[in-house]
Design a protein around this ligand. Structure first.
Ligand SMILES: [Ca+2]
Length: 117
C-alpha cells in the first residue's frame, strides 16, 4: 500500500522557497533565551508587537527560517521597544542563524518581517 509521507513542509506559492534552519522550522522566526539556541525558545510566523514575558528582553540567539519569494518579506528585524520601535538590535536575512551577539543580547521586545535589512 502506497502512502504519502508528509514532512511538515508547508506548500508555498510558485516561485517561493522555504528552508528549515538547523534550529528553526521553515516559515518561522525563532529566538532563544540563551546563546547557541538553548533555553526557552520562541517562534513566530508573523510579526509580533509585544513579545511574551518568557522571551521579552531575554533573547540571546536567533534564527530566521522565513519563506522567500517575490513580494514576500523574508528579513526579520528585532526591536528594543514594543510595536517595532527604536533602532533594531539585529536583522536576519532568510536562512541566517546567529548564535550570539553582544549588542543584541537580551534586548528584544518585538519583531517584524521586511523586504531587507
Ligand atoms: Ca538571554
Amino acid at each position: 500500500m502506497a502512502t504519502l509521507a508528509l514532512t511538515g513542509t508547508s506548500v508555498a506559492g510558485a516561485g517561493s522557497a522555504s528552508a528549515d534552519t538547523p534550529h528553526c522550522p521553515s516559515g518561522y522566526f525563532c529566538a532563544f533565551e540563551h546563546v547557541n539556541f538553548t533555553g526557552t525558545g520562541y517562534m513566530a510566523a508573523g510579526s509580533d508587537a509585544s513579545w511574551p514575558e518568557y522571551i521579552n528582553r531575554k533573547d540571546s540567539s536567533w534564527a530566521n527560517a522565513g519563506i522567500t519569494g517575490p513580494g514576500i518579506p523574508a528579513w526579520v528585524k528585532v526591536y528594543p521597544l514594543n510595536f517595532q520601535l527604536g533602532a533594531s538590535t539585529i536583522c536576519l536575512s532568510p536562512g541566517r542563524e546567529v548564535s550570539h551577539l553582544s549588542y543584541a543580547n537580551d534586548g528584544g521586545r518585538s519583531h517584524g518581517w521586511y523586504h531587507g535589512c
